[in-house]
Design a protein around this ligand. Structure first.
Ligand code: SF4
Length: 256
């Protein structure tokens, strides 16, 4: 087999990007939010837990703390109780209170819309900053989370392991304007099809372009049973697999 050229990789990545667009027309930021402050809070809470778990606690949290000043002056015990189910609640409470304080002290209570400013805020690293920029400010950003890392490695898009280097390597394969939605689609694929353990290779729309085809079951029936999410049967159809083999519980299963 001849090694893939840089141009070949870029073309294949873009073809995969187009298939992902068709496969996941519902891709979006799965953290419920309105505005940058709520998104910053939800993203901090999402560490080491599912977006669904975060969405269960945020309606009450957002109602209780509508502004940065409310987080800054929050009662620690009360906030810990409200976010306990998301895990690491002491650290997360600490981050949220410090975030509120920093926003009030340095940014007039508003979340800034620049990477250089965002990464100076408590609890906000580059990944979180990209989520905020892409989804609350319309500034294109690539979100390198655990799913994104796993998938771009499986796809041979890059061999880099450092998240910032992955961000730049994948960014070079796509138009900047596509970065935010590409991130959502890759993450959607990782949550619903290309799982960490047992990817659904036999029911995957990317199979013909994926160098890791065979990492999971290639039998269509066995693979289709691994699809997850409300569109699991549509995902099977998109991959040319009989949707009736997708069990009903796949549609209501939690995505990781
Ligand atoms: S073919 Fe398998 S490894 Fe490749 S993207 Fe699809 S599920 Fe993932």
């Amino acid at each position: 087999m001849t090694a893939e050229t840089d141009l070949g990789r870029k073309r294949r990545a873009r073809r995969m990007g187009r298939v992902l667009t068709e496969t996941h027309p519902d891709a979006h930021c799965e953290l419920d939010h309105e505005g940058p402050l709520q998104l910053a809070v939800a993203t901090i809470l999402s560490a080491q837990t599912t977006d669904k778990g975060v969405n269960e606690v945020t309606p009450k949290l957002f109602a209780r703390y509508p502004t940065a000043a409310d987080y800054a002056g929050a009662d620690r015990a009360e906030m810990e109780g409200m976010i306990k189910s998301t895990g690491f609640f002491r650290n997360k409470t600490d981050s949220l209170i410090k975030l509120g304080q920093a926003l009030v002290e340095r940014y007039d209570g508003r979340v800034p819309g620049k990477m250089a400013d965002l990464v100076t805020l408590p609890g906000i690293g580059r990944k979180t900053a990209n989520v905020i920029l892409g989804n609350a400010f319309g500034v294109p950003g690539i979100t390198v989370d655990t799913h994104f890392q796993r998938l771009v490695h499986r796809w041979g898009w890059t061999a880099e392991v450092d998240p910032v280097k992955i961000e730049h390597a994948v960014g070079a394969l796509f138009e900047k304007r596509d970065w935010t939605m590409l991130s959502h689609r890759v993450i959607f694929h990782g949550r619903r099809v290309c799982h960490a353990r047992k990817p659904a290779c036999g029911a995957c729309t990317l199979a013909s372009m994926c160098p890791s085809y065979g990492a999971g079951p290639v039998d269509p029936v066995a693979a289709a049973k691994l699809l997850k999410g409300p569109r699991a049967r549509e995902l099977a159809v998109a991959a040319g697999v009989d949707p009736s083999v997708v069990p009903a519980q796949a549609m209501t299963a939690d995505v990781p």
